[in-house]
Design a protein around this ligand. Structure first.
Ligand SMILES: Cc1ncc(COP(=O)(O)O)c(C=O)c1O
Length: 483
């Protein structure tokens, strides 16, 4: 007899999910562990200097052919892995631009992941797509932007929103005329993701024009005006000016109204990267900013920063749905059932499959309300000023740029850069307060950026005390650091 032919029937179905009672028990346990983590966060280290020699062995495990179960997996995550994490939502994390998140947003993220909503096409996920439309409109209204600013997309972050904006601007340019003359004007302090987006879109480095900064780290208007004239005279009539509402290093807001005037004069697209600062347009009293943002052709904001949404939540808003679609639309015979006159987010960005990105934001905005978010933003700004004035009172400290939005920069009054670096290294090693550094007009500075609704006055006092305690740390022996 020959070899037996394989059984054509499917194997017995295997569910990867536990039975109902066990599912409930595990969900409650997960909720307890999450809440314990959040409640205990203030007493934990903010940062443990990352060490691949520790993290490698910590995470290295045999390929798990036989699962160990969810209890053991949660124990490992909450018990040992999180202990090594840098906690960017810690109330004393003041480095870069913090990602504070929020409990309401986290509950939304859990709900969204469990429902596993698909939001790429109208047919595949109309209700979640409509929720995203609604959230985009709430954001528009909260920032006082005109009705016409009615389209956009939630992205994974500010970098992807900047990419979408540049793609839309270039789609307009190439449709309306020869694309070869396309120029991207950026400031000296523009976030690197803008130039990176240009490169990804195949725009040559030579077509990226860098405009010098004025004395307050903003785009210098005269230099921009000159560059625009020079570009036009050399036949480069198409392009995008990328202004920033809140630079990463110092929170500077470019002179947006004047830049909008120049863009109107030269018929150029104005993109505003407000990944950090556009959230302050939630404050009704910031009328100037709200009016200026309303003149942009596209606007990046980053709800996972200062709107307290969990990662990953970026956002691109624009009045020009046509150009967004022109940049990103696509087709295939397998797409023929999708109604093209409805909202299809795959036509507004590079991805087809996207999850329910709006859900965490919808939970957050709906449950706490935008007035509370505006109050939290005001609180962060006030606490940054509090930290600045406490530090300024110490004669060893020199404030380099004052609090703008919720960030200020400072250094040692004696100007010793090696010791300023040692100061930051000491803080990182101690791990109880985290700052980061940057350069202002070429010189090394420490940055203190407050973006966290959970940060209290007491956190600021403790952080400043820790910063001052570390001030006189000797330069590290490490030769490349000391030089
Ligand atoms: C001004 C600015 N633009 C863009 C980005 C990039 O945003 P993301 O990290 O969400 O991609 C950042 C990040 O800090 C930023 O500060």
């Amino acid at each position: 007899m020959g070899a037996e032919s394989p059984d054509p029937r499917s194997p017995h179905p295997v569910s990867l999910d536990p039975d109902p009672d066990e599912m409930r028990r595990l969900a409650h346990r997960a909720a307890d562990l999450v809440v314990d983590h959040l409640l205990g966060i203030r007493d934990r280290r903010v940062v443990t200097p990352p060490d691949a020699d520790v993290l490698g062995p910590l995470l290295a495990e045999e390929l798990p052919r036989t699962g160990v179960g969810l209890d053991a997996t949660m124990d490992r995550f909450f018990g040992s892995i999180l202990a090594h994490a840098t906690l960017v939502n810690h109330p004393r994390f003041f480095a870069f631009v913090p990602g504070p998140g929020s409990f309401a947003g986290a509950v939304g993220a859990f709900a969204s992941a469990a429902a596993n909503l698909f939001v790429g096409t109208w047919l595949g996920g109309a209700s979640a797509a409509q929720m995203e439309v609604q959230v985009l409109d709430w954001l528009r209204q909260a920032m006082g932007l005109p009705d016409g600013f009615g389209t956009g997309i939630l992205t994974s972050g500010g970098s992807m929103a900047n990419l979408g904006a540049l793609a839309a601007a270039r789609a307009r340019a190439t449709t309306e005329g020869p694309g070869a003359g396309f120029r991207v004007f950026v400031g000296q302090e523009t976030h690197y993701s803008v130039a990176k987006a240009a490169r990804v879109l195949g725009i040559q480095d030579a077509a990226i024009v860098r405009i010098t900064a004025d004395g307050e780290q903003r785009i210098d208007l005269d230099a921009l005006a000159e560059a625009l004239v020079a570009a036009r005279e050399s036949g480069h009539r198409r392009g995008v000016v990328c202004a920033t509402a809140g630079t990463t290093s110092t929170g500077a807001i470019d002179p947006l109204e004047a830049i909008a005037d120049l863009c109107a004069e030269h018929d150029l697209w104005l993109h505003v990267d407000g990944a950090y600062g556009a959230a302050t347009a939630f404050l009704p009293e910031r009328e100037d900013l709200r009016r200026a943002l309303g003149r942009a052709d596209s606007l990046t904001l980053d709800p996972h920063k200062w709107l307290y949404a969990p990662f990953e939540a970026g956002c691109l808003l624009t009045p020009h749905e046509r150009w967004l679609r022109c940049a990103f639309t696509g087709d295939g015979s397998y797409m023929q059932d999708i109604p093209r006159d409805a909202v299809n987010f795959f036509e507004r960005g590079p991805e087809l499959t996207r999850g329910g990105r709006a859900v965490p934001l919808w939970f957050l905005l709906r449950s706490v309300g935008i007035d509370a978010i505006a109050d939290a933003i005001r609180g962060d700004e006030a606490r940054a000023r509090q930290a600045e004035s406490l530090l300024a009172a110490d004669p060893r400290v020199r404030i380099v740029t004052p609090t703008r939005l919720s960030v200020f920069t400072f250094t040692r009054a004696d100007g010793d850069e090696a010791r300023a670096r040692a100061w930051l290294d000491t803080l990182l090693t101690r791990g109880s307060t985290m700052l980061s550094s940057s350069r202002v007009d070429g010189s090394y500075v420490l940055r203190f950026c407050v973006v966290n609704h959970a940060t209290t006055d007491a956190d600021i006092e403790r952080a400043v005390a820790e910063v001052l305690e570390a001030c006189d740390a000797p330069p590290l022996a490490c030769p490349e650091r000391a030089s």
